[in-house]
Design a protein. Sequence first.
Length: 428
Amino acid sequence: MTTVFMGDGDWRLSDMANGMERSRILTIAASVREMIAQGKQVAPFTVGDFSPEQFEVPSELLTGIVNAVSDGETNYPPAAGLPELRESLSDWMKHKYNLDVGTNGIIVGSGARPVLYSSFRLFLEPGDGLAHGVPAWNNHYYVHLNDAVDIPIPGTLESRFLPTADAIEKRIKEIRILILNSPLNPTGTCFTREELSSICQVILNENKIREADGKKPVMLVYDQVYSTMTADHIEHVHPVQVCPEVFEYTITLDAISKSLTGTGLRLGWMAIPAALAPPVIALIGHMGAWPARPIQKAAASLYSKPEILEKYFDELDQKISVRMSLLQERLSNLTEYGVSIVQPEGGIYLTARFNLFEILGVKTNEEIRQWLLQSAGVAIVPFQAFGLEEETGWFRISIGAVSVSDISAAMDRLESALKTAFAHERNA
Ligand SMILES: Cc1ncc(COP(=O)(O)O)c(C=O)c1O
């Protein structure tokens, strides 16, 4: 038998495997780690991770994990999650977001990713439309994994880079899943009640038509892994809070990765109308993607104590706010050097534009990224990693792995590098 292989990659692999992209953010982060290991002065504003020296997970969670291990909690957990964890998460979602899926509508996974992947597998057939905002985190990888049709809905500076109801409505006929994320990674901006309510209305209107035609509905996947992290005077809004009728079409994703800064502890969950849960439980079970039993035990106890959680969230918001304010203040002083920012509203990200194309004589964000890294030791991620094609100078800055003094030192280096670049240009 002869094997014909036309594309790049390895002929032994499937087309899906050959077409699989590595995470651009993790590739950038790996090269930054290498520079730091070589002793270079670099502020790692790249990954959406937390340095445990800067951001500690709640001590109750750690004690709970250690106790669970000591108590011999080392066997398989049930595929949907421990019943006590599902119950405390269900109560939490109801108390916090007015979302009542009951215990049977909560399914846990090892982080938000397995439940995110599962939510796509639940509804998408090959060729179905998967719509997402641009910029946004990682959706293009999931389009590929599901053989879906990519429906990018570009945000604009005016919409704070969030997809709008009008833009979604233009593509609604093609959409089977719409994924929204608020606070948004990479921009740190949040939907208002009005914005989210208009989007829900577009979905409901379309679903009425589809129901009459016997067609499958538009499903809304709402990724709110940064929901507990909002700036002062900004509220996080869940779709059912502004539009209760959208409940039956909504899948909510959440996790402790960001909210409790426990990215490595791997606990996420899906809240879904209970009737849709059985295939998700089976899928998580087939993948073996359930969280380890000790973290489930510890989280079950913590999520049954909202007062401890709220205190932790307040303290965390303070730590985030100190870093964001400093970054904002320092970057706002650099407008004469082509730097501008979007007001951060939530999450751990700040969006900044480095419009240095002319001054550096370059054409791409990647060249600006390299210049910022080499000349100022500022490591950031271009919007290209979030699906944006245009070379517009927009970048994501993450504060999860930096101290306040790291930010000060990085901003000093940046200011000095920009002054030098502009002085050369003026003298040329
Ligand atoms: C918007 C968003 N959703 C989901 C995830 C995945 O979270 P987890 O680490 O729990 O899989 C991330 C991680 O960066 C994210 O930014």
